[in-house]
Design a protein around this ligand. Structure first.
Ligand SMILES: *Cc1c(COP(=O)(O)O)cnc(C)c1O
Length: 414
């Protein structure tokens, strides 16, 4: 693999090979990551990257669009079948620009928007003050309770009091399901636009193992590279009445030419997600996360909300006398990759927070089941309870690599 890069650019070749080995021989627990299929890698590496196709199928600005129109229409048709949405725009470059386009389409600058606070599980594009979203709109945060769970009565109270133009329901670090119906009812009651950002659980929704907001919400955005296991990108679904505003906000509002190689990879991703195996995948992702939750509870860790309904866990390490950063560094040495993360009511800084966030989407793709997840939980606990024993960490890294040999990852065989 990578024969031409090897000849032409040996320094870069070495870096790519090294990353291939890391992905192949280590346990990937970052809940926003996944492994794509060989077919998706091929589409992304194809000559489709050469084309410019500003506009939409049959309504383009440049010539030579017959093939691209077919590809984009295929992606649209499959996305509609997969999620049952009225309208979909498959051109967003990624989740953050998709969110910017949604706000740009449906709000005026300065409008009031409600979103889950960042250190309570929200995303930077949901109103972090230094982000575009935070500067352009007037954000009213809602929080999780002391139990780590969103209190919908509280969401309703804040919405009634502040009358936002839009309510964003969605998260990057929240281990529980959202009550879509209730969110939509609250939006209805206060006259707010309902926007579900399902970036993290898009794949679980496609698999039918987590409820879908699509029937209830005005707009739903999902990234395609997280649990949905496609290329690094996003799609915006909406009711027909918002279709025109969303399309215009993507092009020419926010973006120029769509990334046609990525659109093709999304079409493949949606076909893969329509298969019966993908339902099994989604169910196994949740089962695997629950095994980790049981292990962590057994070992006395403080899981935010006590466990998980989805693919991710958030663990406050304060009671174990360590920080998220210390845990991340030690686990990195043992080739188990996760991220340090703030926890609700965080007392430390975002660069050195109290918790860790981890989950099961990537390891489930490579075939881990309950038995392997128990092993992962035990290894994690061994590392975390011997934080300074680097020899132990390296020994575990060896065992991790050995287990990983039996669970290959597409595209990493050099
Ligand atoms: C990941 C994520 C995004 C942004 O996606 P990028 O592709 O990283 O820009 C937006 N919203 C939520 C809730 C996310 O988890």
């Amino acid at each position: 693999m990578f024969d031409q890069i090897k000849k032409q650019d040996p320094a870069l070749y070495d870096m790519i090979v090294s990353e291939c080995k890391r992905q192949r021989d280590g346990i990937e627990l970052i809940p926003s990551e996944n492994y794509v299929s060989q077919a998706i890698l091929e589409a992304q590496g194809s000559i489709l990257t050469n084309k410019y196709s500003e506009g939409y199928p049959k309504k383009r600005y440049y010539g030579g669009q017959d093939n691209i129109d077919d590809i984009e229409q295929l992606a649209i048709d499959r996305a509609k079948e997969l999620f049952g949405c009225e309208h979909v725009n498959v051109q967003p470059y990624s989740g953050s620009p998709a969110n910017a386009a949604i706000y740009f389409a449906l709000l005026e600058f300065g409008d009031k928007v409600m979103g889950l606070k960042l250190d309570h599980g929200g995303h930077i594009t949901h109103g972090l003050p230094i982000s575009f979203s935070g500067k352009a709109y007037d954000w009213i945060p809602y929080l999780v309770g002391e139990d780590g769970v969103i209190d919908m009565d509280e969401v309703e109270r804040i919405a009634m009091e502040t009358r936002p133009k839009m309510i964003v329901a969605g998260f990057s670090a929240y281990p529980r399901n959202l009550d879509w119906k209730r969110f939509a009812e609250i939006c209805e009651k206060v006259g707010a636009i309902s926007f579900a950002d399902v970036s993290h659980v898009g794949g679980l929704i496609a698999a039918g193992v987590v409820d879908s907001p699509v029937p209830y919400f005005d707009v739903v955005m999902t990234t395609t590279h997280k649990t949905l296991r496609g290329p690094r990108s996003a799609i915006i679904m909406s009711k027909e009445k918002h279709a025109k505003a969303i399309n215009r906000a993507i092009f020419p509002g926010m973006q120029g030419g769509p990334h046609d190689h990525t659109t093709a990879a999304k079409a493949i991703c949606f076909e893969e997600a329509l298969r019966p195996e993908f339902k099994e995948y989604g169910a196994q992702v949740i089962k695997n996360a629950k095994v980790l939750a049981d292990k962590f509870n057994e070992y006395g860790y403080d899981l935010v909300s006590g466990g998980t309904d989805n693919h991710l866990l958030l663990c406050d390490l304060t009671n174990k006398g360590m920080t998220g950063q210390q845990a991340q560094v030690a686990l990195d040495r043992a080739e188990m990759t996760l991220n340090k993360n703030t926890v609700p009511y965080e007392k430390r800084s975002p660069m050195d927070p109290s918790g860790i966030r981890f989950g099961s989407p990537a390891v489930t793709t490579r075939g881990f089941k309950e038995k392997e997840m128990e092993q992962v939980g035990d290894w994690m606990h061994q590392v975390l309870s011997n934080l300074d024993d680097e020899d132990l960490h390296h020994r575990i890294a060896g065992e991790v690599a050995e287990l990983c040999q039996d669970f290959p990852v597409d595209g990493t065989l050099i």
